[in-house]
Design a protein around this ligand. Structure first.
Ligand code: PRP
Ligand code: URA
Length: 209
């Protein structure tokens, strides 16, 4: 069974409070989502493997730690996941970026696929899938199904806000995928929105409403 980690860092909680506020405008919302993504990335990369490397400091020889060189990839779920990419790349700038396009049908709440472009060697990479919202879980489950069909085996999922219903569906569908959550909310409403949540993440990042 993989890990389900809900962030308890005060900076993350403070910044999530900021983006929940309906008076927070597009520019601040987008910048803060990026900052939160960077902070969650810090936690989600905690288990990356290190190796020893011999170097010389200006004073003496030393053995230092270096990331073992496993290749990484960030995969945002379009659109809203794009808002997390820059924050992730701030910490892991050498990662490749793949894109999966899914939207949630407003009637059925089921994900509809419209785009998939992944690094050619994606199956060799450790993958960090990002999407601010885990609501019913349909979109994130479908995105990870697609990655597994491409041969990916080492997958983590990072979101900013999750509903308990989505966490249950996600962990049942993908018990091998670590799940990093900025804040775990109360429930989904009748329209599949997270309560209290932050509204439509894509619309708030891109200013489309
Ligand atoms: C939102 C969000 C997730 C999905 C979560 O995307 O960014 O991808 O809904 O809901 P689920 O867990 O019930 O699938 P949306 O479909 O609104 O598309 P957008 O990012 O293009 O706005
Ligand atoms: N997608 C969003 O953007 N917000 C929600 O609350 C649920 C799904």
């Amino acid at each position: 069974m993989a890990k389900v980690i809900v962030m308890d860092h005060p900076l993350i909680q403070h910044k999530i409070g900021f983006i929940r506020n309906k008076t927070t405008g597009t520019k601040t919302f987008r910048e803060t989502v990026s900052e939160i993504a960077m902070l969650i990335c810090y936690e989600a990369t905690r288990d990356l493997q290190l190796s020893d490397v011999e170097i010389e400091t200006p004073v003496a020889p030393a053995v230092v730690k270096q990331l073992k060189g496993k290749k990484l990839a960030i995969v945002p779920i379009l659109r809203a996941g794009l808002g997390m990419v820059d924050g992730m790349l701030t910490l892991i700038p050498a990662a490749k970026v793949g894109h999966i396009g899914l939207y949630r049908d407003p009637e059925t709440l089921k994900p509809v696929e419209y785009f998939c472009k992944l690094p050619a060697d994606v199956s060799q990479r450790e993958i960090f899938v990002v999407d601010p919202m885990l609501a019913t879980g349909g979109s994130s489950i479908a995105a990870i199904d697609m990655l597994k069909q491409h041969g990916c085996r080492h997958i983590h999922f990072l979101c900013i806000i999750a509903a308990p219903e989505g966490v249950k569906a996600f962990t049942e569908a993908h018990p091998d995928v670590d799940l990093y959550i900025g804040a775990l909310d109360d429930h989904l409403n009748d329209h599949g929105y997270i309560v209290p949540g932050l509204g439509d993440a894509g619309d708030r990042i891109f200013g489309t409403k």
